[in-house]
Design a protein around this ligand. Structure first.
Ligand code: ADP
Ligand code: MG
Length: 776
């Protein structure tokens, strides 16, 4: 038996087992070995879905999916239904008067469910069961144990001076295990104070049962026997360790053989805990090695030299309408320093909404478009600026015209709906439409110094002559491949240089997450807002506060200000479909507001299904003040700049993530007028109100992101599948010290041997995870 062998080579499987393993993504023996238990039990669940008896109270383990809010047919009472599944089958669950439950249990969560079996045989359901989301690797109590039944947000969470503590403190304290027996002291010190007693750990004496993420067809018992068989084949003794010996020694990490054995067959709770730490370290370390390799490759490429960049940026700031903030100046200096290096920059600029990332982009772009290509008497180096939507691309095109109109250069715009160029030969001081083929020609011969666009910018046909600087705005809206295409898709004429790359984002990403996911990028942070911004007053407005909120809005409108009303959906749900979520729709809300609340004001409508022409018209009218109220879906989330808007009403606020709500709120923090944000929850559950209260209290986007990370877990927050990180790895992201250690070790390994030829097992592990990492 070899780790790379297919499972089917060694196990006789029946059809449902084959498809179950496929669903779990398990093909090889190695996959099987890396299919870790979800938790350990001293005793397993007390029942299974195929053993239910009416009237009995049961505890089940399995996945919960398809949660839908609905109304009961007769009473019209709100209810939620969903399906619970374990290895033996499915059973329906019903919650009455708890319509919000769907909003805090992510689809397909692995849960512990406790409730009473109701109904008659064949049509059983569990009535209002208690649900506990079981985080990966949790024990009944221990390493990753979730203390709260219902995820809770640390409302007073602040990033603050304490650096990596703050929100994360509680977690690290909670996650200490008893590591003494495993002699993992250096690792223990990575993950928190060691030596704390763990009562549950002491209480456990008998065997621990590994409970696996199951799928219908393969039970934990099956996995147990499968592992026994694999272990009896002496496969462990021949496994190579992906973590180099010296790294393992430094942190006293158990070797791969012992770890695999312990994680599947722990004799004591701390065996399992120690190996879980090892494997979360392994995963983060592997990702970090892959990122460090990418970075090393980047640093072997050449870039365009940009001379006197800091003089040029100074000149730009001297002529700009306002002085840069200290943070803008710092970020600009970091970028300019990168411009001075022989290899291309690879940098992420992270800054809360409204922190002024565009100005940093403009100042640094200014240095580039005022530079000559090497050994040329004429022409300039070129800049590409990519934005996620046409509205944003257009808005930035206009901003850059403002910034650069005094320069003798051409600026152009390319989107799916057409191309524009500034200055225009026919209309002085304005931009005019030009044909795509004309634009492509001018980009290719270098006449256009700055090209702004949507993803239309990365089509193959767009070829630059001297692309020296590529900027991606709201980078999380693009896939890895799109971002790469902007940098690597360019032939740059006959030149082999790669452009300097700046990625910008307003999504407040917890630091551990940024260091891992964007481990190949250097980080600049704008941690201050331009001066004079009034603080947004955020208020949760329940049904009885709605009228008062409208009064505030009316007062603001009367003073000449404008307002956003954001709704969770575009259209009304089909009333015939019982299960449709009863959330406010932008279309209906716009109509209702016009008819019942604000007949005297002009109301515009914007959502994803509005045609581009119409969208542009609405945005133009809102920007010019012809429209005073813009009713929209979350398409207004990113970047839109309407300094005159001071009111933001968010309907169904509980349906948005905290980071997203924070971004929406940022839309009205663009001027010195005091802004108001009203959160209008559609349903008023305990959980949603707790989450929303965090927003009332904190206006620090990073603190909110970390609070969300703490409360809901990174997987839920950022879409685990999107990142290709396992649940175990995601849990590790809550642990700054582990991340730091894994990162330093990875960088050292790559520095010594960029090809990691000396570590074939590590290279193999990278291959396994990087396919997933890049499919994001
Ligand atoms: P974001 O980081 O969200 O992209 P923007 O670049 O759109 O933020 O800037 C938000 C607003 O702040 C814009 O109206 C911009 O003109 C203004 N702004 C940017 N920098 C400064 C500054 N240093 N002083 C005053 N206002 C500024
Ligand atoms: Mg922006």
């Amino acid at each position: 038996m070899n780790p790379s062998d297919l499972i089917t080579k060694h196990f006789r499987l029946i059809k449902p087992q084959i498809s179950a393993l496929k669903r779990l993504g398990l093909l090889t023996i190695n996959d099987l070995l890396y299919h870790f238990p979800a938790r350990y039990e001293t005793a397993g669940a007390d029942s299974q879905t195929n053993q239910l008896v009416a009237g009995e109270k049961v505890t089940l383990y399995g996945t919960l999916s398809g949660l839908k809010a609905k109304r009961l047919w007769k009473s019209r009472r709100p209810a939620t239904e969903g399906w619970f599944e374990d290895a033996t089958g499915k059973v329906k669950c019903m919650w009455f008067n708890q319509p919000y439950i769907a909003s805090y249990v992510p689809e397909g969560s692995y849960v512990r469910l406790t409730g009473t079996v109701t109904g008659s045989a064949g049509r059983f359901y569990i009535a209002s069961p208690e649900v506990e989301i079981v985080p990966p690797g949790s024990m009944s109590s221990g390493l990753f144990a979730l203390k709260n039944r219902v995820p809770e947000i640390a409302v007073d969470a602040r990033r603050g001076e304490s650096g990596d503590k703050g929100v994360l403190k509680r977690t690290t304290e909670e996650t200490q295990g008893t590591l003494k027996d495993c002699d993992l002291r250096p690792l223990a010190s990575l993950v928190g104070k060691s030596g704390a007693r763990n009562e549950a750990g002491a209480a456990i004496s008998g065997a621990l049962f590994a409970v696996y993420p199951e799928s219908r067809g393969v039970t934990s018992k099956w996995f147990y026997h499968a592992m026994e068989r694999v272990f009896s084949n002496d496969i462990l003794a021949h496994m190579e360790d992906p973590i180099p010996d010296d790294v393992r020694a430094r942190y006293n990490l158990p070797d791969i053989a012992k770890s695999l054995l312990w994680i599947h067959k722990p004799e004591k709770q701390n065996h399992a805990e120690a190996t879980r730490k090892r494997f979360s370290f392994e995963e983060i370390f592997t990702i970090q090695v892959a990122k460090a390799q990418e970075r090393a490759l980047n640093d072997t490429q050449s870039s365009f030299p940009i001379k006197d960049a800091s003089e040029l940026a100074k000149r730009f700031f001297a002529s700009s309408a306002f002085p840069p903030t200290a943070a803008q100046e710092r970020a600009t200096a970091e970028i300019l320093q990168d411009f001075g290096k022989p290899h291309p920059m690879a940098r992420l600029l992270e800054g809360d909404v409204g922190s002024g990332k565009t100005l940093v982009a403009a100042a640094t772009a200014y240095a580039v478009i005022n530079s000559r290509p090497p050994e040329r008497e004429a022409g300039t180096l070129q800049v590409a600026y990519m934005a996620p939507t046409e509205i944003l691309a257009e808005q930035h095109f206009q901003s850059f015209i403002e910034y650069f109109k005094h320069l003798p250069i051409n600026i152009a715009l390319i989107t799916g709906s057409g191309c524009k160029k500034f200055p225009s030969k026919v209309a002085k001081g304005r931009a005019t439409d030009i044909s795509r083929s004309q634009l492509l020609k001018w980009v290719a011969n270098g006449e256009i110094s700055m090209l702004v666009g949507t993803h239309a910018l990365i089509q193959k046909a767009v070829q630059f002559k001297h692309l020296a600087y590529a900027i991606v705005d709201e980078q999380h809206r693009f896939g890895t491949n799109q971002r790469k295409a902007l940098v690597h898709g360019q032939k740059n004429g006959e030149n082999s240089s790669l452009p300097h790359f700046l990625s910008m984002t307003a999504t407040p990403i917890p630091r551990t997450f940024a260091l891992t996911i964007y481990g190949d990028l250097d980080l600049s942070v704008l941690d201050e807002l331009p001066p004079g911004r009034a603080k947004v007053k955020t208020q949760i407005a329940g049904a009885k506060d709605r009228d008062a909120a409208y009064e505030t809005m009316r007062r603001e409108l009367a003073c000449g200000r404008q307002a956003f009303v954001v709704c969770p959906r575009i259209e009304e749900p089909d009333p015939k479909k019982m299960n449709a979520l009863q959330a406010k729709s932008a279309k209906a809300e716009a109509k209702r507001l016009k008819k019942e609340v604000f007949p005297e004001w002009e109301i515009g409508l914007l959502h994803g299904a509005v045609k581009p022409d119409e969208k542009e018209k609405v945005m133009r009218e809102f920007a010019s003040g012809e429209i005073q109220i813009l009713v929209a879906t979350s398409v207004v989330e990113v970047g839109i700049n309407i300094p005159n808007a001071t009111v933001m009403m968010i309907e169904g606020a509980e349906r948005f993530g905290l980071a997203q709500l924070h971004q929406l709120r940022g839309r009205i923090q663009r001027s010195s007028h005091p802004p108001y944000c009203f959160l209008l929850p559609g349903t008023f559950g305990e959980v949603s109100s707790k989450r929303l209260k965090a927003l009332e209290k904190s206006d620090d986007g990073f603190a909110l992101a970390e609070a969300d990370l703490e409360a809901r877990g990174a997987g839920d927050l950022f879409g685990r599948r999107q990142w290709g990180i396992s649940d175990l790895g995601m849990e590790a992201l809550k642990n700054p010290r582990l991340i730091k250690a894994a990162r330093e070790e990875a960088q050292r390994v790559v520095r010594e041997d960029a090809s990691i030829a000396k570590h074939p097992a590590l290279a193999e592990r990278i291959k396994n995870i990087s396919g997933e990492l890049h499919s994001e």
